[in-house]
Design a protein around this ligand. Structure first.
Ligand code: ATP
Length: 901
């Protein structure tokens, strides 16, 4: 199995419009390529490494040497090979495959090398055929035939090979089987055909590179090229050039058949018996293109669609193959002709190189990224290339006969030392088997001891887990025990942290697989020699001394494929142990019990968590309820806070009315020095003082600087005084004419907003009464307000107190909720730890059970092998004895009786 070789080639940039540059460039370092900003900062996630990354200065010769030469060499040796160029349009695929006059491309160099190399193979003669095809609009055209169209793909499971090659004599440079050409249409019927092939594709037999170049030139004429915005000579088809002895499929195919010229004495069959067949595909894919960039329409658009579709199928195949054999599933090779033809090159029997060409210009960054991702996936694909050798039945028979002869010679050799050595070797092997068996028995003992230790440790762990579970339960059921739980948790955590290891990794509990080599009882075989002195294991360093590798492998079939991965326990005193006694039954029960316990713990922990969650839900509900109440109270408190403001407004209104009344009264008094005038001015003064005081009080209340419970006797006194004075003034006024009051003024007053509801007529008695009523209503209003102040004040204070109570209650609940949350998250964490431990134990348990089974299986196999070896040894002894007897009878002098048989 070998990985596909993937390289990226960056072509030289073409002149770009400076405006289009906004800050990216591709940086190439060794075999890495990454995208950078112009400042030099790398763009994260856009960095790749491949087998090779070629920059713009790299010539085709270097690309060929590093990516193709090896494949050509292998093709001559009998391996299939494929090289293809992939990339967006105008990125340099055709330049890489075909090259230019000064710098020939891969195809030309490959053709030259094939002929150079086969000339060096003096012991073989070669027949080389070439074909050249293209896949245009998902149809296969033969480029070596003028009007060839739509060749079909066939598939054959049979190998049908006629000895055509024998008829072709390389040295004479002539084709002896003329019928080869006579049957051009049914060529495939007598050449090697297996798998997928293009039926009716012309294959030209060629003798030298020049002939191939001429054919290539002829093929180029037939190839589809077209002009697009991106490339003046854009390939509109995928081309496959092949060199081969096979009548199969693709575009650039080179088939090399070789056969031995002389009988291979070591193999025992002649050149005509075995034929190597290899196929070399050199592929120039059409480039993926964005219609917006190429400006394709009409025919070009149709071509572009076919190209993109088949490249998409190729991408899908690469994706699937890169997923690895397990997840891979169906590979959609059949979705396009290209992938069908290249099937063996993609994950099959071929050595493959992919050259991904990219354009360095910033406008192509997205396409380049796509190509690099394709390349990145392709490098994960593995192929399985084998020499394609066809053997005739006669050759097979000869080879088998030769082998039988060799064996017979070995057995019937006349030299007694050989036999003696063989016997000694067998005895030695027997001894080593015995040792090996004892060692395995010792390992088993050790294993059992280790299991006992682990059982003990698991018990301890179980107790710890129970503690943990109790903690989880108690946290759910008893809030007040929180601190106790924390103490225990701390204790638990400190126990764990003091061991500075996860619980499942503690020494006594660890399985050998998890423990580091240095501290472990178990080490890898490859490391064993470095420590075997201290453990004095009976296991020898090299298994070849114990038993031949084949047998060892057979014994271990299905057990441990990789000898290096076998893990061994150190030896203790060797003691035989019957296989019957190897039973994991006891500890299995124990483990099951333990798992049951763990499951129970888990259930309890889950239950605890549910309870905690239920409590949390209740708390949340309570919280919401409280929040609603608080909101209501806040509304009420807001209303209460508005009362002082309302009072202020009432006082202001009263003051205005009062001032108006006074001014009317003053105007009605003609003599400023009269008693009435004096009375009015003193009333005015007192009233102003009173209202000012009231206003101040209200303002202070509104600002929250005074509570309504403070002493307001003075206000009340002033209010009373004012009322009395107003009454007397009103009485006085009632007896007087009001001069200067016109009818108009009276009407104005009547309609005035401030005197709404008052009827000021010309009748002084009525006027007095109305004034008095007004005053009384003002007074009543004030008294009412005064009365309201105290209860409002009380309500406000109550509300404040309630508000504060609720606030503190809310805080307590909040704290409680937080602590519940904390507990919940802790218990969830604990639960997680418990379940992780459970899973870990289960996993370890399964590994151990498997390991035990494997060990038992191994011992059984070893016993069986040992028994069979013993039987064969016994029979060999008998044979050997009879042979020696026979020999002695034939030649009693030459063979002394010293073998002790
Ligand atoms: N490494 C290179 N050195 C010099 N010139 C190059 C290189 N690669 C490509 N070019 C030039 O860039 C142009 C486009 O290259 P080419 O035709 O090989 O691209 P392409 O990928 O085959 O395009 P399409 O898919 O459209 O056929 C050509 O003029 C070619 O000569």
């Amino acid at each position: 199995m070998e990985k596909i070789c993937v390289a990226v080639r960056v072509r030289p940039p073409v002149a770009v419009n400076e405006d289009s540059i906004n800050g990216f460039f591709w940086n190439i370092r060794d075999n890495h390529i990454s995208l950078h900003k112009h400042s030099g900062t790398p763009i994260s996630g856009v960095s790749y490494s491949f087998d090779h990354v070629f920059d713009q200065t790299c010539p085709n010769s270097r690309v060929y040497d590093l990516l193709t030469k090896g494949i050509i060499h292998a093709a001559v040796e009998g391996f299939n090979g494929t090289v293809f160029a992939y990339g967006q349009t105008s990125s340099g695929k055709t330049f890489t495959m075909n090259g230019s006059e000064n710098d020939p491309g891969i195809i030309h160099r490959a053709v030259k090398d094939v002929f150079d190399m086969i000339l060096k193979h003096n012991d073989r003669e070669f027949l080389i055929r070439v074909s050249y095809m293209e896949i245009y609009n998902e149809e296969i055209n033969d480029l070596l035939v003028l009007h060839s169209q739509k060749l079909p793909i066939h598939e054959s499971l049979e190998v049908n090979y006629t000895p055509l090659v024998i008829s072709y004599h390389w040295e004479l440079e002539e084709l002896l089987v003329i019928s080869y050409f006579d049957c051009a249409n049914s060529l495939v019927s007598f050449s090697f055909q297996r798998g997928v092939f293009v039926a009716g594709l012309r294959e030209e037999i060629v003798n030298n590179a020049e002939q191939v170049h001429m054919l290539l030139e002829a093929g180029e004429v037939n190839r589809h090229f077209g002009e697009t915005n991106m490339n003046v000579r854009s390939s509109r088809s995928h081309t496959i050039f092949r060199m081969f002895l096979d009548s199969v499929v693709d575009l650039e195919l080179l088939v090399i058949e070789s056969k031995s010229k002389e009988i291979d004495s070591s193999k025992g069959y002649s050149s005509s018996d075995a034929i190597r067949v290899s196929v070399l595909n050199l592929v120039d894919l059409a480039g993926s293109e964005r219609i917006a960039k190429t400006g394709a329409d009409g025919v070009r658009l149709k071509e572009g669609k076919h190209i993109n579709k088949s490249l998409m199928v190729l991408g899908n195949v690469i994706n699937k193959l890169s997923e690895g054999s397990r997840q891979r599933g169906h590979i959609p090779y059949r979705d396009s002709k290209l992938t069908r033809i290249l099937q063996s090159a993609l994950g099959g029997n071929a050595k493959t190189s992919i050259i991904c060409t990219v354009a360095p210009e910033e406008v192509h960054v997205e396409e380049t990224k796509g190509t690099l991702q394709f390349a990145n996936r392709a490098k994960r694909i593995t192929n399985c290339a084998q020499v394609n050798e066809i053997l005739t039945d006669a050759a097979l028979l000869k080879r088998q006969k030769l082998e039988i002869e060799e064996l017979r010679q070995k057995l019937q050799g006349s030299r007694a030392e050989v036999l003696e050595q063989e016997v000694l070797k067998l005895r030695n092997d027997l001894l080593k088997y015995e040792l090996e068996r004892e060692k395995l028995t010792t390992e088993l003992e050790e294993e059992r001891r280790w299991h006992r230790q682990r059982d003990q440790h698991m018990k301890e762990q179980q107790i710890r887990i129970e503690n943990l579970s109790n903690l989880v339960n108690s946290s759910a059921s008893d809030h007040n025990s929180h601190s106790l739980k924390e103490d225990l948790s701390r204790q638990f955590v400190s126990e764990r942290s003091s061991s500075s290891q996860p619980m499942w990794q503690e020494d006594a509990l660890s399985t050998p697989c998890f423990t580091k080599g240095s501290n472990s009882f178990v080490i890898k075989r490859s490391n064993y020699s470095t420590v075997c002195d201290s453990y004095s294991s009976p296991l020898p360093d090299a298994f070849t001394n114990v038993v031949d590798e084949d047998l060892w492998m057979k014994m271990n079939k299905g057990y441990v494929a990789d000898l290096d991965s076998i893990q061994m326990t150190p030896a203790v005193k060797a003691r035989s142990l019957s296989t019957d006694s190897i039973s994991p039954g006891l500890s299995k029960d124990h483990y099951e019990l333990e798992i049951q316990n763990l499951k129970r713990q888990l259930e309890l922990a889950l239950k605890g968590r549910e309870e905690l969650e239920q409590r949390q839900r209740e708390q949340v509900f309570l919280n919401n309820h409280l929040t609603e109440e608080i909101e209501k109270l806040e509304g009420e408190a807001k209303l209460a806070r508005e009362i002082p403001q309302m009072l202020c407004e009432s006082v202001a209104t009263c003051k205005e009315i009062y001032n108006d009344v006074l001014s009317i009264m003053q105007r009605s008094v003609a003599d400023e020095k009269s008693f009435a005038s004096k009375l009015l001015s003193s009333m005015s003064e007192i009233g102003t003082n009173l209202f000012t005081t009231l206003e101040n009080q209200c303002t202070m209340d509104r600002e929250g600087l005074r509570t309504f419970s403070s002493d307001d006797t003075f206000v009340k006194y002033q209010c009373k005084l004012l009322c009395e004075k107003l009454n007397s003034a009103a009485a006085l006024l009632a007896s007087l004419e009001i001069p200067g009051t016109t009818e108009k003024e009276l009407n104005t007053r009547r309609t005035s907003h401030d005197y709404k509801g008052l009827d000021f007529g010309r009748d002084p008695a009525c006027w007095k009464e109305k004034l008095s009523n007004e005053l009384n209503s003002i007074r009543d209003k004030y008294i009412c307000l005064e009365k309201d102040v105290d209860p409002n004040n009380q309500i406000l204070e109550d509300l404040n107190a309630r508000y504060l109570d609720l606030g503190s209650g809310f805080n307590i609940l909040k704290e409680e909720r937080d602590s519940l949350f904390e507990k919940l998250s802790k218990s969830t964490e604990n639960l997680k730890t418990v379940s992780e431990q459970g899973e870990m134990f289960l996993e370890k348990y399964n590994i151990e059970v498997q390991r035990r089974k494997d060990l038992e299986e191994g011992i059984k196999r070893l016993n069986a092998a040992f028994a069979s070896r013993r039987r064969s040894l016994a029979s060999f002894h008998i044979d050997f004895k009879s042979t020696v007897e026979c020999l002695r009878a034939q030649n009693p002098i030459a063979i002394p009786n010293s073998l002790g048989c």
